[in-house]
Design a protein around this ligand. Structure first.
Ligand SMILES: [Zn+2]
Length: 219
């Protein structure tokens, strides 16, 4: 999850249908064309949907309210459903989803994991339970919770793994170029790393957890 700014897009006019190109266009700008939960890019091969952050349960005010519409892949949309109502909101400036959660991909062949960051328990910036719920949801989305969902989420883990391999290769190329004082190769590697850790790329937070020594390249 990354923090996003809803003001980046003009509010689209929504009448009795929110699944319209204008809404999708605006959501793509706000969410960098990614699922707000798993950070998969909206591409032809993945089904995406308009997600209601607060389940509307038939309430038209919530159903057609632009600020309640989020961009999610259909997998995350199904997972979240009404089970996870109390989670961090990446559109809320008070919910810093980039620092309240620890995104972990300790080994590129491991499952990704999500933990509540070290925060002041006495005076948490957001209710601890809300952060924990978000971590629980991200765990389920990425790793599944039973035989069927473990299978269903395998492609996401594979996509993350492939991206992580490209990133670690670029990091290795950087270190070799550094050792050899090859500034051209070094710049080329930096450019690749910068692109992968960008907030507009897929799986930003997991990639950043690997490339923490390249923090100066984060946008
Ligand atoms: Zn997703």
């Amino acid at each position: 999850m990354i923090n996003v700014n809803r003001d980046k897009a003009n509010t689209p006019e929504i009448k009795k249908n929110y699944r319209i190109p204008k809404v999708y266009d605006a959501l793509e700008i706000v969410f960098s064309n990614k699922c707000y939960l798993c950070e998969t890019k909206k591409e032809a091969s993945v089904n995406f949907d308009v997600e209601h952050f607060k389940p509307h349960k038939g309430d038209e005010k919530l159903k057609y309210n632009w600020s309640n519409l989020y961009l999610a892949c259909s997998n995350c949309n199904q997972y979240k459903s009404a089970l996870f109502e109390d989670i961090l909101d990446p559109c809320n400036p008070e919910h810093d989803v980039e620092t309240l959660i620890i995104y972990e991909l300790s080994d590129i062949y491991d499952e990704p994991h999500f933990y509540v960051a070290n925060i002041d328990i006495e005076n948490p910036p957001v209710a601890l339970q809300t952060i924990q719920n978000t971590c629980d949801l991200l765990e389920k989305i990425h790793n599944g919770h039973d035989e069927k969902s473990i299978k269903k989420t395998a492609q996401l883990r594979l996509n993350i793994q492939n991206k992580a391999i490209t990133l670690t290769n670029a990091m290795l190329a950087y270190y070799i170029a550094d050792r050899d004082s090859d500034s051209v190769a070094q710049q080329k590697a930096e450019k690749t790393i910068k692109k992968i850790v960008s907030r507009h790329s897929p799986y930003t937070m997991l990639m950043r957890s690997i490339a923490i020594t390249f923090e100066y390249l984060f946008d």
